[in-house]
Ligand binder design. Structure first.
Ligand code: HEM
Length: 539
């Protein structure tokens, strides 16, 4: 014992050798660890350090700026740093592109070098969201996309008009009955979810229909009325959607993922086992949702005469007829892509519809012109066809474009480089997150003079402003081969809804409607307190 103790002592005393070995190795370990942490934290920054941007705080990056300026943060930074700048979402730098010509370069001209979307931390926490079209990559994505596009033929969209119209009519009965007014954004979310439920799953969720008259034509498990289950499913869907936050207000694992992504998954694994935490709730909800979706898919797969009206049936039929689609669309991918439709098709469309009603309610001169056009189309019981919707409502088109410019529901569009590529004079390494900023383009006075004024006439094809404008200045549905697959579907639904609404009502802001309207960041933009209006019956 003594010897063991003494030998090092003597070494220390005699030559000072042992402490220096110990110290050197301790110092090297600490230095290696510090270097490892620094490389981990600043590695992604190093490759893009030449791109201008504000100084970033360790770990949180520029998230405090997002808290300070809200959704306007990217316009503020574009003014200060130019059309290509750095924004650090926690540790992860994003290269934000806020110029129409450069967006065209990223989204179209250099698509083969930038074909995929980066996966942000809130999505990384949600396996359910990863197998849809949004986040699949390369060859899997293009096979899936081609099959999905084959479903969105114009004739198929046109055949959806009566379904959409039925849901719209029953959802908007007696809106004037409530004297205090209605939260239109809640109604429009139910309406859009019902429309996409019917179009994607062939299921009537019956959310927007008054309860007493609700009758399901086909329910989730196709065994008669199961309204509780359906609304449970939808509540889970809404919960899982609204929990995907892009700032620091999401679940703990998402927050950790924004700061130190490598720790997100281990933390999620621990937290999801602790009852009461948000991670536990999100995990349970996602499991239930996936289970429910897999159930729907497996029931529908076994059906012999499943018909071809809804998206799920069409994808299943395409899968059976093509080998390529069969390999890409395994049942878990089918569940994900159908669920993605519910997600992508409800929140975005509902937000757009509500923002139009909100903006028109505050601009009586726009309302007057819109009513003239809608009334001029013909008797109020004449339902417009898909062709009518595309060609006979030019002012409605302008109102929709201007509202989508004013409140761009998807202000950022994500991409990731798959090799080294030059954008706007900066060489970006493989794996760089390049995000386009349609929200900044939409408020740029170069293309939209007086950007804070709601002026649908700026989109009149005969107006100088419209003729002068860059063709990619307004890209609310994204750009290039990866642009939104649901654009025509949602425009058809929005137009049908607005025509029916304004044939029957006009709207004014309720007393409880805050001014100015407050917005919050989820995976898309949302209203903080909803759009509250009173409906006035037209006679
Ligand atoms: C007002 C309504 C909508 C808006 C503003 C909107 C916006 C967008 C945007 C900005 C993108 C990204 C495009 C890009 O990266 O260039 C996108 C992609 C997508 N959207 Fe929509 N969307 C809407 C409605 C819909 C609907 C109704 C569906 C489904 C029926 C849908 C399904 C999708 C899908 C699957 C993608 C991914 C496409 C791909 O990666 O290939 N969206 N959408």
């Amino acid at each position: 014992m003594g010897l063991v103790y003494e030998t090092p002592q003597s070494l220390i005393g005699a030559e000072g050798f042992y402490p220096s070995v110990l110290m050197v190795s301790t110092i090297s370990t600490v230095l290696a660890m510090v270097a490892g942490v620094l490389v981990y934290l600043y590695g992604p920054y190093w490759g893009v350090r030449r791109v201008p941007g504000p100084p970033a705080l360790p770990l949180v990056g520029h998230l405090p700026l997002m808290a300070k300026y809200g959704p306007d943060v990217f316009s503020v930074l574009a003014k200060r740093y130019g059309p290509v700048f750095r924004f650090h979402m926690g540790r992860q730098p994003l290269i934000i592109v806020a110029d129409p010509e450069l967006c065209k370069e990223v989204g179209i001209k250099k698509f083969k070098d930038i074909p995929n979307r980066s996966i942000p931390s809130p999505i990384a926490a949600s396996p359910l969201h990863q197998k849809g079209l949004f986040f699949t990559r390369d060859a899997t994505w293009s096979t899936m996309r081609n099959t999905i596009l084959s479903v969105y033929q114009p004739s198929h969209l046109a055949s959806l008009v009566p379904t959409m119209q039925n849901i719209i009519e029953s959802a908007t009965e007696n809106l004037h009955a409530s004297e205090e007014g209605i939260t239109f954004s809640n109604l429009s979310l139910k309406l859009a979810t019902d429309v996409i439920g019917q179009a994607a799953f062939g299921v009537n969720f019956g959310l927007s229909k008054p309860k007493s008259t609700s009758e399901s034509t086909r329910t989730v498990d196709d065994q008669g009325s199961q309204n509780d289950e359906v609304s449970d499913f939808i509540n889970q869907h809404i919960y899982s959607t609204t929990q995907l936050k892009m700032d620091l207000s999401g679940s703990l694992s998402i927050i950790i993922g924004l700061l130190v992504p490598i720790l997100q998954e281990p933390f999620r694994q621990i937290l999801k086992r602790i009852p009461g935490t948000m991670d536990w709730k999100v995990d349970r909800t996602n499991k239930k949702l996936s289970g429910r979706l897999n159930e729907i898919v497996s029931i529908r797969m076994k059906e012999k005469n499943r018909g071809s009206k809804d998206f799920l049936s069409q994808i299943l039929s395409a899968r059976e007829s093509e080998n390529v689609a069969k390999n890409a669309f395994t049942p878990d991918y089918i569940s994900a892509v159908t669920y993605e439709h519910l997600l992508a098709g409800s929140v975005t469309t509902s937000f757009t519809l509500s923002s139009i009603v909100y903006l028109v309610a505050g601009h009586p001169e726009v309302e007057k012109k819109l009513l003239e056009e809608i009334d001029g189309f013909g008797p109020h019981d004449r339902v417009p066809t898909a062709y009518d919707l595309q060609h006979k409502f030019p002012y409605l088109d302008q109102v929709i474009k201007e509202a989508m410019r004013f409140y761009t529901v998807s202000p950022l569009v994500a991409r990731e480089t798959s090799k080294e590529v030059e954008i706007g004079g900066y060489l970006l390494p493989k794996g760089t997150w390049v995000w386009l900023a349609p929200g900044v383009l939409a408020k740029d006075p170069k293309n939209f003079p007086e950007p804070d004024k709601f002026k649908p006439e700026r989109f009149d094809p005969n107006c100088e402003e419209e003729k002068r404008r860059h063709p990619y200045a307004l890209i609310p549905f994204g750009i290039g081969p990866r642009a939104c697959v649901g654009q025509k579907f949602s425009l058809q639904e929005i137009k049908l809804s607005l025509i029916h609404l304004y044939r029957n009502y006009t709207f004014r802001h309720s007393f409880s409607m805050e001014k100015p309207l407050e917005l919050e960041y989820g995976i898309v933009l949302n209203f903080k307190h909803g759009v509250k209006v009173t409906a006035i019956k037209r006679t």
